[in-house]
Write a protein that binds this ligand. Sequence first.
Ligand code: SF4
Length: 430
Amino acid sequence: MKKFFINTYGCQMNVHESEKLAGILFRRGYERAQSNEDADIILLNTCCIRETAETRILGNLGMIKKIKEKRPDVIVGICGCMPQKPGNAEMLKKRCPFIDIIFGTFNMYKLDEYLDAAENHEKISEIWDKEDKTDDAPIRRDGDIKAFVNIMYGCDNFCSYCIVPYVRGRERSRNFDDIVSEVCSLVRDGYKEITLLGQNVNSYKGGAPEFSHLLRALTTFDGEYRIKFMTSHPKDFTIDVAEAMASSDKIADFIHLPVQSGSDRVLKAMNRRYTSEDYLNKIEMIRSYIPSVGISTDIMVGFPGETEDDYKDTEKLVEKVRFDNIYTFIYSRRSGTVADKMPNQIDLSVKKGRIKRLIDLQFEISDELAEKCVGKTYRVLCDSWNNGIASGKSSCDKTISFQSERNCYGEFLNVKVVKTKKNKLIGELE
Ligand code: SF4
């Protein structure tokens, strides 16, 4: 029996797309290999959002070339958003002629057809396919209690630093009834945490007046489970969504709301279409509906032209919001984006200095927030258990470790936080 190995790079969207590729390969009768070395089919499901990801993928292709030299019958395929970046498919064909199949995110449902051709020693390079039938692909999920569900694809926002609208296309929402029926089946099959995925879930328009209607429809099934979603754009996050979240325990009290910068000048240059005040008002609105909400964000430092004062505005915003978690990034140039052509690109040493200061600041905040959790009880979904040590996430996305003699993996439990250890929460079963 033939074996496959999928190398996945990038975000949860790509992780889920790899589950769809795996679904097609299992349907073909193939089984999973443990590594590239013992696979007959090697796929690289790529991401080109950051330059570092692209560099890493090219490095890994060097290692895969050696496998192909030793075993010429191995089929190598590359897909995802990297080949869809203009010029990249040609570059890959030239630099890596050993690749058998090059395809994009729109036509992954054709993998069967491509493998038939590659087994006949044909080379395939097919990037755009407007049919976009990825939802028809069978899915082989990686987990048994957590699942991803796509609700939309693409993005219309054109933030000046971002390549996504160019490689993933314009926004397309999935049909409302299809999503409801997929989530219903997952709940029936025992999944406890379902994350709705989209580049900008708050602009969902697949047959419902707005995203909040979809959220409400997904809370109507029997049993205990949680709906999460990501990613939200601050300009599109509405009161209706906050109300829907507050109205049901089945929607997690957690929002990932990328702010990117606290400087209005930088936000304008990024084309984010909100000010720091708009963002702070939105946070206040969300907290008024869901006082216990957990909020995380993305922050990029060193955007072209970012001055020390701009950076300090970001620090001020972080101090005001007191995020539960921040994901920090150093701005890196992406050819094909507006920001790549902007003057005043910032020196790497300055960017590194700023990101370190920001991480240190957040560390202090996280420390204080963790202390405030001591004595509180959270409803935790246990997602790991090993020899009596368990851990899981609360509805507001706090990770809590606790002891349990019994294997409680996949169960919802009440856990009281009793102490902290370097920002980590330690609890006891109630
Ligand atoms: S909202 Fe902006 S950063 Fe997010 S995917 Fe769309 S263009 Fe990129």
